[in-house]
Design a binder for this molecule. Sequence first.
Ligand code: FE
Length: 180
Amino acid sequence: MKKYLLILLCLATFGLTACSQVTNDQQTTEVSKEVNEMEDKVVKTEEEWKEELTDEEFRVLRLKGTEMAFTGEFEKHKEDGIYVCGGCGNKLFTSETKYDSHCGWPSFFEPVSENSIVETEDNTLGKRRIEITCAKCGGHLGHVFNDGPQPTGLRYCINSISLDFDKEEKAKEEAKEKKE
Ligand code: FE
């Protein structure tokens, strides 16, 4: 009987150790994921942003302003390339997803990846809208509406001034795809 009890005790101890090992591993993975995400972020004081950006870029990107409709650099822009964040260079949209919505701002039906942007409910101006910010630097980009074309049915309505355009990055990616 004593022998069985001993075996049972051994098994229980082994089980508990294995369990705590799994929990520890999970915790380590979660912590390193958080560290990676933190390292990826661009964190600057508003003073630093002010020095780096033009007054209008600062007003839109950092103070959530809106550029005047039909005045932005990329509203009618049709070149092939990648639109990146004007604050930090994070890749946001490709020219393939840009379309003419006639709303006065550059419009896209899909971001480069769902991790490149953050969506937040915005209840200013007495209406419920979904604000889009850059996932890397938190810069304000615009809003997303559900009146876009297929395949997503979404319209990412983005301030030109929140964007920069990278023609070469697109060509590089295409060349890489051809090689593979
Ligand atoms: Fe950014």
